[in-house]
Design a protein around this ligand. Sequence first.
Ligand SMILES: Cc1cc2nc3c(=O)[nH]c(=O)nc-3n(C[C@H](O)[C@H](O)[C@H](O)COP(=O)(O)OP(=O)(O)OC[C@H]3O[C@@H](n4cnc5c(N)ncnc54)[C@H](O)[C@@H]3O)c2cc1C
Length: 476
Amino acid sequence: MMAKNFDVVVIGGGPGGYIAAIRAAQLGLRTACVDEWTRADGQPALGGTCTNVGCIPSKALLQSSENFDHALHAFGEHGIRVNSIELDLAQMLKRKNKVVRQNNDGIVYLFKKNKVFFLHGCGSFAGGGAGAWQIRVAGDAGETLTAKHVIVATGSKPRPLPDTPFDNKYILDNAGALALAEVPKRLGIVGAGVIGLEMGSVWRRLGAEVTLLEMLETFLPAADETVAKEAWKIFTKEQGLDIVLGAKISHIKTGNKEVSVEYAGVNGEHKLECDRLIVSIGRIPNTDGLETAAAGLKLDSRGFIEVDADCRTNLPNVWAIGDVVRGPMLAHKAEEEGVAVAQRIAGQHGHVDFNTVPWVVYTAPEIAWVGKTEQQLKNEGVAYRVGSFPFMANGRARALGDTRGFVKFLADSETDRILGVHIIGPMASEMISEAVVAMEFHATAEDIALICHAHPSLSEAMKEAALGVAKRSLNF
Ligand SMILES: Cc1cc2nc3c(=O)[nH]c(=O)nc-3n(C[C@H](O)[C@H](O)[C@H](O)COP(=O)(O)OP(=O)(O)OC[C@H]3O[C@@H](n4cnc5c(N)ncnc54)[C@H](O)[C@@H]3O)c2cc1C
């Protein structure tokens, strides 16, 4: 075994880890990244959950299934007659896998370009201390590395229901949900959060009857109430997602090629029979194989690696970022922390503003928001004004044929400073960036209202909603 000395060893090559490694290398630090993700053919697959079984494949399938849905239901309106439409699910999955592979390969290229040393295998703490941590790499690499700094970016894994392990045949986690070889006739989903809604949308569009069982009695509680209400209407009435709120699962039985789910609802006991069941009830931090106890790395009561505001752990020169630490489980949050930590190690300033992390649900229409919701402002006793603009009144949305939803601005009553922006509508994921920029620069609603937006564009709805804060909308 050969010893290799590095300034920084990153454990985990997801969006947090690979970005941290690239930034550290850019700053002149000798950097290695250890990642254990292995494809079916035994090859490494950099990019973590996000690239392999999360953000990227889900968005690929959301796009493909939306195209299919448009061909079935929307082309006629545009004057496009298609005589027969057939689903080729095998091709759809092949395309998804190709998109994933392109992203895997992209990271390999970026590592080469930035001179990040990559090792495929499981990384664990094997001794040492401040300034000279030893990281053992099991697997192909089979080496022990010495690192001045260690960044732990080992991500998260799906949370199973008690006594119901994932088999990815009938009881599916996110990986199983993204790889179903045929469309189930009846699909059950436990959890109507972001992942449940995205997966439900994909398989509903492809023809499954979808029932979502949600334990909470409120739909999308983290979103602004008006947005959640609009989304509920569209998903249940227009799109036929059957969403049951307040459903407490009591028993799950698999057998006879189906899954039977018993649950207590608001009005008594119920049973859902389905062909497949996706369980999307949240994710748990992944510290498997790291040897945290032997190293003395402190975890909190929920198993997350404990860190301070700057992502420092209790061990000197050991940092942790992304899903394995507190905060929202989002790829862009992990990336921001990765960059900030690399900069801190290099003696520079690191910056992550948790108040301006955008949230997106990639349903159709998309939902995106940043900052405070109206209910939060009410609870906090903040005086605010609301400006709202429907896509129905936006020329580009009409031309697109997608006029559902609205943009809503919340601004401080006194200072007009933007406190939150909430969008449900086409391309909300892209439009929310304007709001993030505005909030980072402490803009007022009037600032956005004074800026020239291209016509016709969906972004004009942002300007109109900002104008609406002062009751000055022009097109509504
Ligand atoms: C279906 C789905 C859809 C999602 N969609 C979105 C979305 O649209 N937008 C968004 O922002 N977020 C989305 N997420 C969340 C996002 O994927 C995560 O927040 C993000 O991947 C976290 O990045 P990370 O780097 O912390 O961890 P991960 O991406 O989980 O990467 C961790 C990596 O570390 C490796 N690893 C673990 N332990 C070790 C070890 N001991 N040694 C070596 N390697 C190890 C793992 O194999 C993995 O490759 C989605 C998640 C799912 C499941």
